[in-house]
Design a protein. Structure first.
Length: 251
């Protein structure tokens, strides 16, 4: 299963995806997190100590190119690779979760990360997953990736929404683009939900129920301040995490 998370900057995408990765370990034997956000927050959230040792996916072009299969003697033989085919240098692992980073290809023209996005799109569409494997994609803030169809290969898009008008506006835009791209499933996840009115505001504005509501959490704040991996607060968030699991993986 391939799950991506999106939403306005700072709504809690990285936080919720890291929590979800830990929570889903009971359902999947292999979990691969892809950090497509240029900030290094996901590595910290997962407690990966040396993210700088990860070779960026952006350098995986050969592996995913159509001609790769014909290159004699190349390790990049597989047109539709499985997670285990991806060379170790592209990832670091902690607590059973593997992290890959999108990184940057210096293209000479700033502004468009087109080369990276092409590689990400190929990886998402070509990577073959067994039933016991999940890929979780943490996206950059905003809707850029959707606009270019980068995440057309995902099965389920999560949109994180705070109970604010600005966050709802971004969610509306993302949902529209995701529909145009044809992502099979989409769900809204509330963050910073303190009262029933908070949830009701989002649900009425978007005309759709939240699959889970994360409260504003001292545990999350404390972990972030002390630089602790979010594995330490999974227990405190078990209610919304179970709700998410039920919506993502109906029994
Ligand atoms: N439910 C929450 N309770 C308290 N703090 C949170 C919560 N969700 C996110 N945060 C904090 O808000 C900040 C932004 O979260 P982050 O996950 O990095 O957002 P995004 O990835 O969407 O930019 C971080 O400092 C994070 O620790
Ligand atoms: Mg983030």
């Amino acid at each position: 299963m391939k799950i991506a998370i999106s939403g306005k900057g700072g709504v809690g995408k990285t936080t919720i995806l890291a929590l979800l990765a830990h929570h889903l370990k009971s359902r999947f034997a292999r979990i691969l997190v892809i950090d497509a956000d240029p900030s290094p927050h996901m590595a910290q959230a997962l407690g990966i100590e040396h993210p700088e040792r990860i070779t960026a996916i952006a350098e995986m072009r050969e592996l995913l190119s159509e001609r790769a299969g014909k290159t004699e003697g190349s390790p990049f033989y597989n047109l539709n690779p499985e997670i285990d085919d991806l060379p170790e240098r592209f990832m670091q692992e902690r607590d059973g979760i593997k992290l890959m980073v999108l990184g940057a290809i210096p293209t000479g023209n700033s502004g468009c990360a087109c080369a990276e996005n092409t590689v990400l799109k190929r990886l998402l569409t070509k990577l073959m997953l067994g039933k016991d494997q999940a890929v979780l994609l943490d996206m950059e803030a905003g809707v850029e990736h959707l606009g270019r169809g980068t995440i057309a290969g995902v099965d389920h898009l999560l949109i994180v929404v705070l109970p604010s008008a600005a966050s709802v506006r971004t969610a509306l835009k993302i949902r529209q683009l995701a529909r145009e791209v044809g992502i099979p499933r989409m769900s809204l996840v509330g963050n910073g939900i303190q009262t029933p009115e908070d949830a009701a505001f989002i649900e009425s504005q978007l005309g759709e129920s939240l699959i889970a509501s994360f409260p504003d959490s001292q545990e999350i704040r404390g972990a972030e301040r002390r630089g602790l991996p979010l594995a330490t607060v999974v227990g405190a968030m078990s209610r919304p995490l179970r709700d998410m699991e039920a919506a993502l993986l109906p029994a």
